[in-house]
Design a protein around this ligand. Structure first.
Ligand code: BGC
Length: 262
């Protein structure tokens, strides 16, 4: 069978021009639309959400509701769904959860409620919101919003609990749980520097404890940089130890964009 040779005119036609004349399909149009991420930060005192554009910049206001007591799955998920409805349209969901999370399934929630264990939060939110959802530990998410992506970087969050996250050249070592390990005087890190310790000890003594904890973590992990976030980071006083910086608590939402990076 004879094959048809392209005409000289067809050969000369630049490919891009040929593309231009073809009418774009709906799918192609949709693919060009920038994706919006609903970032969710579940905390011991507040549940927060915000929309992010593809670069991770906020494109909505931040909504916040008090964390219900008891902090069980159903009322917290209801709050997220209600806030999502107020935000309007989005394409995917990123969640920072205050406990250990494996493949979207909650393993622990020390400052919320034991009934979280075994909840498939990613699947539940995906079903309730009709969009794909990804869930990581809250300090891991906060870390993505804070790190520079070079060397060994440790992130510690000072809030209701003590969050910790470790990154090597920007790659996360997921679910680093320093909070419940022994620190001093038979107490854990979280017992010594968490929110309860702050209100019990007062700012000055709490600051001393935080510094001692940092010193110990530096000796153990030998990080290149330490980032301190969380709602109580603003209560730190005086000069910070070497290689340490305080980051905005907004990183807990902004870091959510990283959950959709390859
Ligand atoms: C939990 C961590 C969490 C941290 C901050 C700790 O009690 O064990 O998983 O990151 O609190 O919310």
């Amino acid at each position: 069978m004879a094959t048809r040779r392209p005409t000289a005119a067809a050969k000369a036609r630049p490919k891009a021009a040929a593309k231009k004349t073809a009418s774009p399909t709906r799918a192609a149009k949709a693919a060009k639309k920038p994706l919006v991420t609903l970032a969710v930060d579940i905390g011991g005192t507040g549940v927060k959400t915000m929309l992010l554009d593809e670069s991770g910049s906020p494109v909505s206001e931040r909504l916040r509701d008090e964390t219900p007591k008891p902090a069980e799955p159903v009322p917290i998920i209801d709050i997220i769904v209600a806030q999502a409805a107020k935000h309007g349209s989005f394409d995917r969901v990123s969640v920072g959860f205050p406990g250990v999370v494996h493949d979207g399934v909650v393993a622990t929630a020390p400052n919320l409620d034991n009934s979280w264990a075994g909840v498939d939060l990613a699947a539940t939110l995906s079903e309730r919101l009709g969009k794909p959802a990804r869930v990581l530990n809250d300090a891991d998410v906060q870390g993505f919003g804070a790190i520079a992506g070079k060397g060994v970087e440790l992130v510690v969050t000072l809030g209701t609990g003590l969050g910790s996250a470790l990154f090597v050249d920007g790659r996360l070592v997921p679910n680093l749980e320093l909070a419940h390990h022994a620190f001093r005087d038979g107490k854990t890190y979280e017992e010594c520097v968490g929110a309860k310790a702050l209100s019990k000890l007062g700012k000055k003594r709490w600051n001393k404890q935080v510094r001692k904890a940092i010193e110990q973590l530096d000796h153990a992990i030998n990080y290149h940089a330490l980032f301190i976030g969380g709602g109580n980071a603003k209560k730190l006083e005086g000069d910070l130890p070497a290689r340490t910086s305080v980051v905005s608590n907004a990183c807990g939402l902004l870091g959510g964009i990283a959950l959709w990076r390859n």
